[in-house]
Design a protein around this ligand. Sequence first.
Ligand code: GRF
Length: 205
Amino acid sequence: MSKTFRLGILGSGQGSNFVALAEAVAAGTLPAEISLVLSDVENAGLLTHARERHLPAQFIAPGYFRTKLDETAEHAFVAALQAAQVDLVVLAGFMRVLKGDLLRAFAGRIVNIHPSLLPSFPGLHSWKQALDHGVKVAGCTVHFVDAGVDCGPIIGQQAVPVLDTDTPESLHQRIHAAEHVLYPQCVAALARGDIFLAGRRVIWK
Ligand code: GRF
């Protein structure tokens, strides 16, 4: 029997993408198991959702910095993910930039979801950036994580329309709903080994 593909999910927020991934695992459309859920925020909704599903979930204090993990915290994240024998690190609303150890330990095995059609609107509040810019199509992107911010090779994208009546909240909601479909599909393709890299291009078998 082939080995189960093991996911380590990292997030800082409400965890709706985590829920979408967990539901896809439960439904059998994502051939993987969630081996560990980690957060840098003690009361993150993501940890509550994980514990409700009896999945191993842990808060790790991020340390001194606001936008990245300090060295001790980064070691603790790496150690926990390695101990759980994680095959793929899935960032689901993890609000810190990864540098150093974690990137090295899981090189090419970390993915993220971003609420814009990258390379447009990297960074924070992308739905508001899209609306302010006046684009007619917005969306979300699943990508590999490298040392830059929101700029690794793109695995999948889902477009959504921008309506004349949109507020930042309504557009954000539409993008969020698209994320919940796109992320499980992309992670499932990775779990099946259906994806390979050709330079910056991600090819689906
Ligand atoms: C998502 O919009 C994702 O694109 C971004 O952070 C948000 C996380 O939302 N990286 P949730 O915690 O999964 O609901």
